[in-house]
Write a protein that binds this ligand. Structure first.
Ligand code: UD1
Length: 428
């Protein structure tokens, strides 16, 4: 089987301006949330990526009419009654599609979903989603390939304390609680900016939600929601990926249409490593100064360091002076990039959920594979700093979350292109 690959050649410093797209991890959940209200909802600043297309297909399978009247806008016409069964091929493509469980229970009182797919990142369970929904009154049964949930009458508000501040569970519970009877309190809720974006959309639909952005969210159930218009926030992870590219190449890049406060810790780390980072009126700017210094990184729920930027920082740290310890606390499978970076010449030692990076080591081009979305982006960045040509196979993983990555890096002066049938291209 062949798949597209990125061909990356050692490039000089990245220079210029890049516009951040809408946040993938918010837009996906907003498409699900639109199902909560009959009628036409409009979501703007939606990224043109494969995961969104997959979520739109899930919404269509549940009975919505979905149109894209112009790039970056999704219009959902939601019928009075929704389908409650999804085909395994659809939900299996995308793990985030588990968030339709809350809206389906709220609207129809029942749902049958195939077990979700998505990035292969070790143990990505959904027990917290299911336990929370059970507290709201749902009866849940699940086997190896499907989850069935139902509720007699309406969901009922409850006090739910999450043992871990799960983003997906918080989103599912918010959507289930917003039209439940009574008050729901979610303690140890996730605080990610994408949670606040979802809460803002639900409020625009008539929901009564307070405390989003903190670990204690209070939802007062309303009888029904109305459709709404919403603009998705900028994608902090995409912006952070370009920021790493600027620092890695010693470049100077203005990254616009994103709120730099959503990247507080990663930008702080970049500046401690030696890059100049400053906020602008439209986003922020990163200027590599050469001579990066190593430092330690520990991934944690927001406002901690995001797991979705960990692979990009591994690539960066391979070029920094000194020894860095990177600790991954969120996903087991997140170090699958390490063997690929080693192929390029990085020196990284794995010890359970710690990676010890010794740098700087000169990188040189090789054939590597994108093992997941963020690993793929990180390998493209590493290729910019590697001598010769780096081929990043399995580019389709990157398409799940980055629109036109090659073209946008090229616009900043990088030498990156897409090739079909990479294995032929490499051997020729
Ligand atoms: C995670 C990230 C989020 C990122 C998204 C996309 C965190 C905390 N979350 O969200 O920032 O945008 O990936 O890559 O960094 N877990 C359970 N049971 C559950 C739910 C989760 O054990 O029911 C565990 C997972 O196995 C994992 C951790 O909790 O170890 C993170 O889960 P969660 O925040 O729910 O993941 P996502 O919603 O995918």
């Amino acid at each position: 089987m062949t798949s597209d690959a990125f061909l990356v050649r050692d490039s000089g410093p990245l220079h210029g301006e890049v516009v951040t797209g809408g946040a993938k991890n918010s837009a996906l959940k907003l498409v699900a949330a639109a199902l909560l209200a009959e009628g036409r909802s409009v979501i703007e600043n939606v990224p043109e990526i494969d995961d969104i297309a997959a979520m739109a297909d899930v919404a269509v399978a549940l009975g919505a009419e979905v149109s894209r009247p112009e790039p970056h806008t999704i219009v959902l016409d939601v019928p009075p009654r929704l389908e409650v069964v999804t085909h395994p091929n659809l939900v299996g493509r995308l793990r985030a599609s588990i968030v339709v469980l809350g809206p389906l229970l709220a609207r129809e009182g029942r749902a049958r979903l195939a077990m979700p797919g998505g990035c292969n990142l070790g143990n990505r369970s959904i027990d917290l989603h299911l336990a929370g929904l059970a507290k709201l009154g749902a009866e849940i049964s699940y086997g190896a390939d499907a989850i069935e949930a139902r509720v007699d009458g309406r969901l009922r508000g409850a006090d739910i304390e999450l043992p871990f501040a799960s983003v997906g569970a918080t989103e599912n519970l918010l959507q289930a609680a917003v039209t439940a009877r009574g008050v729901t309190r979610i303690s140890n809720a996730a605080r990610e900016p994408e949670i606040s974006d979802l809460a803002a959309f639900l409020r625009a639909m008539g929901g009564d939600i307070q405390g989003d952005g903190t670990s204690e969210i209070v939802v007062r159930g309303v009888d029904a929601l109305a459709p709404a218009h919403h603009r998705v926030i900028g994608d902090r992870i995409e912006a952070g990926t370009f920021a790493v590219g600027a620092a890695l190449t010693g470049g100077d890049v203005h990254i616009t249409d994103v709120d730099p406060s959503h990247l507080h810790l990663p930008l702080e780390k970049l500046s401690q490593m030696g890059a100049d980072v400053f906020a602008t009126d439209r986003g922020f700017r990163v200027r590599g100064t050469g001579g990066l210094r190593a430092l330690d990184i520990v991934t944690l729920p927001y406002p901690g360091f995001p797991t979705d930027l960990q692979p990009q920082f591994l690539a960066l740290l391979s070029q920094a002076q000194g020894t860095a310890i990177v600790t991954e606390n969120v996903f087991d499978g997140r170090f699958s990039i390490v063997s690929e970076l080693e192929r390029l010449g990085a020196e990284i030692e794995l010890q359970a959920h710690h990676a010890v990076v010794r740098g700087p080591r000169a990188l040189s081009g090789a054939i590597v594979a994108a093992t997941d979305l963020r690993a793929g982006a990180a390998l493209v960045l590493a290729g910019l700093a590697a001598e010769g040509t780096t081929v990043v196979q399995e580019a389709r993983h990157v398409d799940r979350g980055y629109a036109d990555l090659a073209a946008r890096l090229t616009a900043l002066g990088a030498d990156v292109e897409r090739r079909v049938d990479d294995r032929v291209a490499v051997s020729s």
